[in-house]
Design a protein. Sequence first.
Lengths: 113, 111
Amino acid sequence: SQTIHQWPATLVQPVGSPLSLECTVEGTSNPNLYWYRQAAGRGLQLLFYSIGIDQISSEVPQNLSASRPQDRQFILSSKKLLLSDSGFYLCAWTLGPGNSPLHFGNGTRLTVT
Amino acid sequence: DQQVKQNSPSLSVQEGRISILNCDYTNSMFDYFLWYKKYPAEGPTFLISISSIKDKNEDGRFTVFLNKSAKHLSLHIVPSQPGDSAVYFCAARNSGYALNFGKGTSLLVTP
């Protein structure tokens, strides 16, 4: 069966510091991968999605970037964090654009101080 | 631009009664709709989905209804249980790769 791992679970970083959040999927190949963010009191906002290695689409211009160094690995990064980057970051995967649901990891709670 | 809207931020229901969570959307190209359940500090868990060619899908205590003309869908939970207390997100896709989510409705089921 497929599983998705995200780490770390929680992170406290000062303003201006770099960020690297990792996500890996096991038990499947060539998944579509996604990064979402849930800010306080808000819904789930799509940040990036990838349908293959070196194929990454950005949905919201911002202080973050994403990379997919391997088929089942998705990384969310920032060179310099802002206070507004605080939130709950969720990685997700699915197979194909058809009628299949996204499956989410357990998320990373990021607090920028 | 919020294309998926959940206008009720919270809902309280007594155990054993029906919970009805509502969702409206603006994009007529959406053809696949989903409901997710989320507990604090966890990722959302897929609950139930419906294709735009249907108007109802049922899975145990959970039923999703779709009214395309009104661009409205709802999730019915019968009977409601205390373990159903969570935030419920409505989501929609337009044949692409990503889901558009609403802001969520916090459901509280009281004993």
